[in-house]
Design a protein around this ligand. Structure first.
Ligand code: ARG
Length: 464
């Protein structure tokens, strides 16, 4: 079939090349945005009298009919027509005849594809944002039920100081909140309408770019035609933000995997979110969490793909940029799937609060509190640290906890220790004493929950 650009050519494209450079197999998913953009463009061509009003209307009707055909599954895209842009134009011309050939007036596929991806990513940012908000809501609901569930906090994966499960969950809420913020930031920069940039140098026709931007819901237009067709920063930014979401999910998954071992036994995943072994009948594996952890690598790879694709490109458009789509689509699909399945896994898992509390009571997690107790009695912290270190060593020899030492034994380490020491090192008291804003005490945690709920409610209304 002859190409839309075939005029200057004497030979057909080699079939191998046709297949090689065609992007329709993956950019067909942009059809909605491509047609929406074309409708706005056709309306503007009519409004500015670049084409007649009747022609503009015929194009709009034709494009709407093409959209309906695609949605009804009546269309088979053609590899020969290379990409979604030329496929749509061909389908349009088949439907409306000669006037279809006027659609591409004052437009290039270079500004067209830039428009399509911007429309696409703006939509996807809304969807990923909604998933992030849902996950934060799930975390808050779970946290509310575990404000008093004491668990060990770790550094170096060694038991360090007691915290609560709620506090631990809220740490992830902070991460996902930042992720949401980053996406909104990316959206702001994607929110510029590039049509009018043409192939690279704009156009001689008096387009009304602001009219197009308004119709398509952009807050502004791009201000340099060369940059407009060669900018994919927003794709990089989205994928970088998606990479961080995956980092956060992956860290959380790693903890869930650890917590569901017999060694930790802090949680049990629901049967519906676990899998068995084909050989070992006793196994219940946290495959979902492992797979999310594993899939983080794909998204980091997508980011690398985009950065590498862009780094050596001279201005303006280069065909290399067609490679942006699969990476971006993969990042979008992966992050959405992972956020959804992660939330479900979280909501269905069983929390073994007694095991968490028992683990927090072991491992001398109240040692810092004992040192602080001595500090309050006037001992300089560094000395108190050494005294408690010796007491811990003594306990290790006797296989006892600090709570189990008698007052006489304590007196050998420091004569300043009194009966009130037992309250100071009681695990519940240790948590409750950490009331500073951002700390694990119930009061501070409830305050954090309230703050996050307010933030979620505010982002929801600001995006309406
Ligand atoms: N399929 C192309 C892409 O995705 C569309 C733009 C093509 N422009 C061109 N001059 N070949 O980048």
């Amino acid at each position: 079939m002859s190409k839309l650009w075939g005029g200057r050519f004497q030979k057909e494209t080699d079939r191998l090349v046709e297949d090689f450079h065609s992007s329709i197999s993956f950019d067909k998913r942009l059809y909605k945005y491509d047609i929406k953009g074309s409708i706005a463009h056709a309306r503007m061509l009519g409004k500015t009298r670049i084409i007649s009003q009747a022609e503009s209307e015929a194009l709009v009707r034709g494009l709407e009919a093409v959209l309906a055909d695609i949605e009804a599954g009546r269309v088979e895209f053609s590899v020969g027509a290379e990409d979604i842009h030329m496929n749509v134009e061909q389908l349009l011309t088949a439907k409306v005849g000669e006037v279809g050939k006027k659609l591409h007036t004052a437009r290039s596929r270079n500004d067209q594809v830039a428009l399509d991806i911007r429309l696409y990513i703006k939509d996807e940012i809304e969807q990923v944002g909604a998933l992030l908000r849902q996950l934060q809501t799930d975390l808050l609901n779970l946290a509310e039920r575990h404000v008093d569930t004491i668990m060990p906090g770790y550094t170096h994966l060694q038991r360090a100081q007691p915290v609560t499960f709620a506090h631990h969950l809220l740490a992830y809420c902070q991460m996902f909140g930042r992720d949401e913020d980053r996406l909104q930031d990316c959206r702001r920069r994607a929110d510029e309408m590039p049509l009018g940039a043409g192939a690279l140098a704009g156009t001689t026709f008096p387009l009304d770019r602001k009219f197009v931007a308004e119709q398509l819901g952009f807050s502004s237009i791009t201000w340099n035609s060369l940059d407009a067709v060669s900018d994919r920063d927003f794709a990089v930014e989205f994928t970088a933000a998606a990479s961080l979401i995956m980092v956060h999910l992956s860290r959380f998954c790693e903890e869930i995997i650890l917590w569901s071992t017999a060694e930790f036994s802090f949680i049990e995943l629901d049967d519906a979110y676990s899998t068995g072994s084909s050989m070992m009948p006793q196994k219940k594996n946290p495959d979902v969490a492992e797979l999310i952890r594993g899939k983080s690598g794909r998204v980091f790879g997508d980011l690398q793909t985009l950065l590498t694709m862009l780094k050596g490109l001279p201005l303006a458009y280069n065909k290399d940029m067609q490679e942006d789509k699969e990476a971006l689509f993969d990042a979008v699909d992966t992050v959405k799937k992972c956020l959804l399945v992660f939330g479900r896994m979280l909501n269905t898992m069983r929390v073994k609060r007694d095991n968490m509390a028992a683990a927090a009571r072991g491992g001398f997690t109240c040692a810092t509190d004992l040192a602080d107790y001595l500090v309050r009695k006037g001992v300089p912290f560094r000395e108190a640290h050494a005294v408690v270190g010796k007491a811990v060593f003594y306990c290790l020899g006797k296989e006892q906890t600090l709570e189990q030492l008698s007052l006489e034994e304590y007196k050998k380490f420091s004569p300043l220790v009194e009966e009130d020491v037992y309250e100071a090192i009681n695990i519940t008291c240790c948590v409750e004493a950490r009331q500073l804003p951002g700390g694990p005490a119930a009061e501070a945690v409830l305050e954090s929950i309230e703050k996050i709920r307010q933030r979620l409610a505010a982002t929801k209304t600001s995006q309406k």
